[in-house]
Design a protein around this ligand. Structure first.
Ligand SMILES: C[S@@+](CC[C@H](N)C(=O)[O-])C[C@H]1O[C@@H](n2cnc3c(N)ncnc32)[C@H](O)[C@@H]1O
Length: 552
């Protein structure tokens, strides 16, 4: 069916399902920009205007599906699955079994899964090895999640679907069909609170948060991948909230405990997203879902939702597009390996010794956690944001290793037995904690911090240092290979720009969480640690080291 005809049939479907749409917006063909369909303002819109209202009955989820209507006996088994599994089966049943008889058929005709005129699947899951090479050295390559997705397919088909649910008609669902449906859920679904959910199950904290949210007398359903830490439901699902995290087993009875349904919401999911141009949000009341403007929108402008605070790399992984001028939430990442190798080079410690220091730090944190809310500081990688902010864990680790390196140059750490080594690392940890608490860091820390970021930057190809450029209105006419190459370049530019912004240390250490930090001489701080430590210790190794320390 031609693109326009499909859109018109969908608009008709919306009217038949009591979706009321403001005359100030219309569905537009944005394929030239590689944006498929989107919503555009046909008149000026004020802040807080209702753009459309969707009754809950028009949503599709496991509770409100043909599968449960046709097979009410399957309800308990479907509800015992997790959100992802149940919605995948629900959608496959509508699309592959009910086909034209599905009440949502006209809606599915709009989705890429049935509308071959709409854009191709560009989520990283569908990229070839050759396409993915363009993304090196981005760490997003470690998070594509294809293996986890395939494990879910292997679990559902055929065991759960055929043996447990008796849906023989879904026996022939291929891995490709499954990936497409899973990608549609990833890019289009929302998590919508169940009005019938027993709030007694919620914790007091969650209720407090709810009260704050309720003040506005409406709530915001989270687009599938939300990680809004302040919202009630984001706490009930795991961080990032995608299939990679949602690996609960069949027996976990997830869905019933969640208090929300992962749902497809026709029309609400026609909105594209932009972190910088976000101008509309979906709210809900008991009976309806309501899309409202959150700022004035000019005639001709696109109406944009936001899919959460993701950097370009994650937007590409989950949704298959990028923001050409960078996401508001971009960050670059420093892998732990770079930090380890930097200190190996700088201090002469062996790789094994630095690894041992990491494992001691993990133990020290574990012990501290018994008393306080200490977080782990040895992570796989560290985020450096486009806002010039970095995570505290990065600062903490580099400062600790800076001090340990200096101590090692005075007295070889390699000579110490495990126990005194543990004591030393533990003491440096505590002293560094106090140093940071008093808003101080050392001068050598700063130099090391800059060099570590510089080493990460050196791993990127030159093109990633070039400024963002408009790739033009005609991106939709480029070949798939070319489009993906351009998208990968934009991701690398986002990361490089973020890392470079974190080199603007006057911003990094004078703003936000790290405002007004002072950089002190390392010598005095180190002397303080060594003096105290060696006067406290009595083991023979320590005495040797202590004498050496005093001699220097
Ligand atoms: C919820 S749908 C939005 C409607 C979609 N454009 C359509 O035609 O069906 C999400 C998908 O839209 C596309 N999309 C959303 N925002 C975009 C943007 N700012 N630029 C390009 N594509 C975008 C991506 O392909 C994404 O996976």
């Amino acid at each position: 069916m031609p693109f326009e005809t499909t859109t018109k049939a969908f608009i008709q479907w919306l009217a038949e399902h009591n979706v009321s749409v403001s005359p100030k917006v219309e569905i537009a063909d944005l394929r030239a920009q590689n944006q498929g369909r989107g919503l555009v303002a046909t008149q000026d819109i004020k802040d807080d205007e209702v753009l459309f209202t969707i009754p809950r009955s028009a949503m599709l989820n496991v509770d409100n599906s043909s599968l449960v209507t046709d097979h009410p006996e399957l309800r308990p088994k479907l509800f015992a699955l997790n959100q992802w599994e149940s919605l995948i089966i629900t959608l496959l049943y509508e699309i592959q079994v009910k086909k034209q008889d599905s009440p949502w058929h006209q809606y599915f005709c709009m989705l890429p899964i049935l509308d071959s005129d709409n854009y191709t699947f560009n989520q990283l899951m569908f990229w070839s090895e050759k396409d993915l090479k363009h993304l090196e050295p981005s760490l997003i390559l470690d998070r594509i999640g294809k293996d986890i997705s395939e494990a879910m397919y292997a679990k559902l088909f055929p065991t759960v679907v055929v043996q447990d649910l008796g849906l023989a008609l879904l026996q022939l669902v291929t891995l490709e069909d499954y990936h497409r449906v899973a990608s549609i859920i990833m890019s289009y679904s929302f998590d919508v609170d169940r009005p019938d959910f027993d709030s007694e199950e919620e914790s007091e904290d969650e209720e407090d948060e709810d009260e704050e949210e309720d003040e506005e007398n409406n709530k915001k359903p989270k687009n599938d991948n939300s990680k809004d830490a302040s919202s009630k439901k984001a706490k009930q699902v795991k961080k990032n909230h995608d299939a990679q995290d949602d690996d609960a087993s069949y027996d976990d009875a997830h869905l019933l405990n969640d208090g929300y349904f992962k749902s497809m919401i026709p029309l609400a999911d026609t909105l594209n997203a932009n972190t910088n141009l976000h101008n509309a949000s979906l709210m809900y009341t008991e009976d309806n879902l309501v899309m409202k403007s959150i700022k004035p929108i000019r005639k001709g402008d696109q109406v944009y939702n936001i899919y959460s605070d993701h950097p370009n790399s994650e937007i590409l992984r989950r949704y298959g597009y990028i923001e050409p001028n960078g996401s508001k939430y971009d960050f670059g990442e420093i892998p732990l390996g770079i930090i380890r190798d930097f200190f190996v080079q700088q201090s002469g410690l062996s790789v094994d010794s630095v690894q041992e220091i990491f494992s001691i730090l993990n133990k020290v944190v574990e012990i501290e956690q018994e008393e306080s809310e200490m977080v782990e500081i040895v992570l796989d990688s560290y985020d450096c944001f486009t806002t010039s902010e970095v995570i505290l864990e990065l600062i903490f680790l580099i400062q600790i290793l800076t001090i340990i390196s200096s101590i090692h140059r005075i007295n070889s750490m390699e000579l110490l037995a495990y126990e005194p080594k543990f004591q030393l690392v533990s003491r440096v940890f505590k002293k560094t904690y106090q140093l940071i608490e008093s808003k101080r860091l050392t001068k050598v820390f700063l130099a090391n911090f800059e060099q570590i970021i510089a080493q990460r930057l050196a791993q990127y190809p030159e093109v990633a240092s070039e400024p963002f450029e408009e790739y033009g209105e005609n991106i939709g006419q480029k070949s798939q290979d070319e489009t993906r190459r351009i998208y990968a370049q934009v991701v690398l530019k986002s990361e490089v720009q973020s890392l470079k912004n974190c080199l603007k240390v006057e911003k990094t250490f004078q703003n936000g969480d790290f405002a007004n930090y002072k950089f002190i001489d390392d010598g005095k701080f180190i002397r303080n640690i060594i003096k105290k430590r060696f006067s406290d210790d009595s083991t023979s190794e320590d005495e040797v080291t202590s004498k050496k320390a005093r001699a220097t």
